[in-house]
Design a protein around this ligand. Structure first.
Ligand SMILES: NC(=O)c1ccc[n+]([C@@H]2O[C@H](COP(=O)([O-])OP(=O)(O)OC[C@H]3O[C@@H](n4cnc5c(N)ncnc54)[C@H](OP(=O)(O)O)[C@@H]3O)[C@@H](O)[C@H]2O)c1
Length: 297
């Protein structure tokens, strides 16, 4: 199975590249340097050359705060770029696996968002990602989109690495304690996408649509940071445990509004794909910190 992968240098893309050989898949790895997804002709040329059998889009404009002042580029990448990939896949009668986000929801709920809950993004990033998942769905009936949240991984910059760095530099850290969500390990998203690819390879079909997909467990950024520093100490990445103080969202202003509650109900995904196991964010965190400790990072 030959996969055209976009965003191969990102958190999820790196994990797909790392794990794909275990499935016997051949990945055509692309990122902005060799394939800009806003250029549909470049996608066509690349596909002509490589004849992929499925597209996986892990490319995105993910700078949530910067997007507020960079709306045009965020829209071009997250909405039109995703549509370009869906279009070229459709022209070749191929499926596309895509990734979306909890930011498509308002964050004002108090019970988990279901797959068919009404989207109501509060910022530019969420608006452009919602447009992307809608355009992918309208363009290519063979689409499967995983909506995920609070992604952290071994590669790239993310909250886990920031907390480890702050834990080295400071005795005390302030972290927001009134936003609830589910951290999700990039390696678990990659595994799900590769398992979906395998099922498509076996059956020539998939139950297409949009699915909420995140790691098991709900927490706050403050509790997440506390766990990160504890594991960091356990694995020798930190030499002392910093005090992690809880603060309120209003005490940490950001250009983009953060969802206060972005917990998603992922039961549809797990009922539809019972063979794809449920993993906890803690297990992903342990895997990531174990790798960082092993690499001496
Ligand atoms: N990170 C999160 O917390 C989070 C949460 C929920 C959902 N998601 C979604 O999960 C998916 C993967 O996220 P991630 O965290 O792995 O993202 P990431 O680490 O930011 O990786 C995205 C990759 O896409 C590349 N890219 C940007 N513009 C491009 C373009 N025009 N053409 C081709 N490649 C381009 C980026 O390159 P540059 O770095 O050079 O820009 C980067 O290598 C995305 O769809 C994202 O929206 C992420």
């Amino acid at each position: 199975m030959r996969i055209l992968l976009t965003g191969c240098d990102g958190q999820v893309g790196c994990e797909i590249c790392r794990k794909a050989p275990d499935y016997g898949f051949d990945v055509i790895p692309t990122d902005i340097g060799n394939l800009d997804i806003t250029d549909i002709d470049a996608i066509r040329r690349l596909q002509d050359e490589h004849q992929a059998e499925i597209f996986i889009n892990s490319a995105a404009y993910t700078a949530v705060d910067e997007a507020e002042s960079d709306q045009q580029l965020a829209h071009e990448i997250n909405a039109l770029g995703a549509q370009n990939l869906a279009t070229v896949a459709r022209e070749c009668n191929l499926p596309i696996l895509h990734i979306s986000t909890d930011y498509i929801f308002s964050g004002k709920a108090s019970t988990p968002y279901k797959d068919d809950s009404e989207p109501d993004p509060q910022g530019v990033y969420g608006q452009t990602k919602l447009a992307g998942e809608q355009l992918v769905a309208e363009t290519n009936s063979k689409h499967l989109t995983l909506r995920t949240s609070w992604v952290f991984g071994i590669d790239g910059q993310n909250f886990v690495k920031t907390m480890l760095r702050l834990g080295i530099e400071n005795e005390e850290i302030n972290v927001v304690a009134d936003q609830f969500g589910s951290p999700t390990f990039a390696g678990h998203i990659a595994t799900a996408l590769l398992q979906l690819t395998k099922r498509y390879q076996q059956n020539g079909d998939l139950p297409w649509g949009n699915y909420n997909f995140c790691d098991a467990g709900t927490t706050t950024w403050h509790m997440f940071a506390t766990k990160i520093t504890q594991m960091g100490l356990e694995y020798g990445l930190l030499t002392k445990l910093p005090v992690v103080h809880p603060i309120r969202t209003e005490d940490y202003p950001t250009p983009a509004t953060r969802p206060l509650y972005s917990v998603m109900d992922c039961s549809l995904f797990h009922q539809t794909f019972p063979d794809i196991g449920i993993s906890s964010w803690e297990s992903g965190l342990r895997e990531m910190i174990g790798v960082l400790a092993g690499e001496g990072k």
